[in-house]
Design a protein around this ligand. Sequence first.
Ligand code: SF4
Ligand code: SF4
Length: 168
Amino acid sequence: MDDQRTWAQAVEIGSRYYEQLPTAIRAELDKLINEIMGLKERLSKLTLSACGAQICRTCGGECCMNGKYHFSVLDLLAYRNTLLEPVVPTFSAQPNCPYSGELGCLMPPRFRPMTCIVFNCELIENRMNPDQHKALYENENQLRETIRQACRITGRRLDRALLLSGES
Ligand code: SF4
Ligand code: SF4
């Protein structure tokens, strides 16, 4: 099956899974998803505060190559939680990330995969002061722990790549 069809099928399966979750677990998961989105916003702001936007624009998104497997099942559930339609990838864009367009990432920071949101190359890290580094580290740890918690309460590897989620 090609990537576009695998994606469509994984979106359907993931969406059904979310809709059929027991009410109490879904409420708990929704709370965690909201926390995750808040943490991603905060991490993105920290990057921006170190002039990340200008640096990344000049670089052209070198770290955004081959992002195909970055989008997780949990990232899809975040879209379901907010009732927004998920990002529409273009897999033929390789090696460019399928979730990117002419203006960069198609997703607002709160929906971006964890792998993307926690990564800052040296160009950005070198511009951060100790307080920014500390905040980055704390928020990243909290984000990772909240994602682990979402996996624990559902008993599922929600952090797994959505594209691989249909496999055993
Ligand atoms: S984080 Fe670094 S490598 Fe990635 S787009 Fe920004 S400047 Fe380029
Ligand atoms: S999902 Fe967005 S941030 Fe992540 S690699 Fe793709 S374009 Fe870059």
